[in-house]
Design a protein around this ligand. Structure first.
Ligand code: PLP
Length: 366
């Protein structure tokens, strides 16, 4: 049994993207530092993400670092991070000279656990990085209220979920500063790129001062901005198609609960699927099972990979770990991620993916 639909390509051959490239060629902006495309993209992002300020930049990775700098995080400060997250976020904390403090995740949602955050008592914490990962959404209302009480600033990493909402509010606009990625595999792509969103001019100004070095040191080009604008206009529709296909796959995989635990939804929320995550439960105790399953699924045409490695093995020299962070450890060993391009294909592709998953997981178990 194999997936015969596809190939599942990304980026899509979008005529509106081609038209945007033509426009940037014709108006000469392709060769300029600044121009109408970058300015237009900033306006579009402000509207879409309900924020006052947008700083375009070179990647989501540098965006998170800029966000920390915007928050005034410095050497000697501590920054809270989930024990399972994008590796660059750990490095961004180190880059500003601060120390990562690892708390556990909500294992059902792959996101920083608000209860663990609430239990945290540390004097030197300045900020918290919260990422929305793999179709799971963090509990932003609770996290923001904890952060407000303690005087912590929140960097909300929305790189994986542009267009997602929690209580009708765009993900990326909950935190003091929000970060987007326009990397080559992302839902909004310019090959590379990112943006930092903020509501308060102070954060924005600090980031600008840091990056202004006689020229803007981490730029997004006019060409990149041009190709992003038509994609932004289609984001909501595409997110809907992805969500429908996710629903098809999750429904068809209901009989696999013993082996696979899919990412859980959150009330009053609408996720965006850059990846669709499962935890392969037997891999929590034996990680080699995951490698076997991934190899078999890939052979059968399913675009699936392991998740992040997490930070649970990082030495105490580099970070503080609060408690055993068992959930993060388990997710580091057990996460399976289905890549989003299949989720924009037809329903038949989603059905085939489910059938192959069902077949391979059951045969692995026997
Ligand atoms: C959660 C998260 N944050 C940040 C990034 C970094 O984005 P970029 O690849 O644009 O540097 C990624 C990239 O995969 C990510 O998944």
């Amino acid at each position: 049994m194999r997936v015969t639909e596809g190939p599942f390509e990304w980026p899509l051959a979008d005529e509106e993207v081609r038209a945007a490239l033509d426009a940037a060629f014709l108006d000469g902006s392709w060769g300029r530092y600044h121009g109408p495309h970058g300015e237009g993209l900033c306006d579009d992002l402000k509207k879409q993400f309900a924020c006052e300020h947008v700083l375009l930049c070179a990647s989501g990775t540098i965006g998170v670092e800029l966000a920390l700098r915007g928050c005034g995080v410095e050497a000697g400060d501590e920054v809270v991070l989930a024990g399972y997250d994008f590796p660059g976020n750990f490095r961004a904390i180190e880059a500003v000279g601060a120390r990562p403090v690892l708390v556990d995740v909500e294992p059902e949602r792959w996101c920083l656990c608000s209860q663990d955050l609430s239990a945290l008592r540390r004097d030197r914490v300045k900020a918290v990085i919260v990422s929305h990962l793999h179709g799971g959404l963090a509990d932003m209302p609770t996290i923001m209220s904890i952060a407000r009480q303690r005087g912590w600033l929140v960097v909300e990493d929305a790189c994986q979920q542009p267009g997602a909402t929690i209580e009708n509010k765009p993900v990326g606009s909950w935190g003091d500063v929000g970060v987007l990625s326009f990397g080559g595999s992302k839902l909004l792509t310019a090959g590379r790129g990112g943006a930092v969103l903020s509501h308060d001019g102070h954060f924005h100004q600090r980031m600008k001062v840091y990056a202004e070095r006689g020229n803007w040191a981490f730029p997004l080009s006019e060409l990149q901005a041009a190709v992003l604008r038509p994609q932004l206009a289609k984001l909501e529709d595409r997110n809907s198609v992805r969500a429908e296909n996710v629903a098809t796959i999750l429904e068809a995989c209901q009989g696999l609960e013993q082996w696979l635990r899919p990412v859980a939804s959150r009330e009053n929320s609408w996720p965006a699927y850059y990846k669709l995550a499962w935890s392969l439960l037997p891999a929590e105790s034996d990680p080699s099972i995951r490698e076997q399953l991934i190899a078999r699924l890939k052979d059968a045409g399913v675009p699936i990979d392991a998740g992040f490695r997490g930070f649970t093995r990082r030495s105490q020299r580099r970070c503080e770990q609060v408690g055993a962070i068992e959930g993060s450890k388990k997710l580091s060993q057990s996460t399976l991620l289905l890549h989003h391009p299949v989720l924009l294909a037809n329903k038949r592709a989603a059905q085939q993916i489910s059938q192959v998953l069902d077949h391979e997981v059951r045969s692995l178990a026997h």
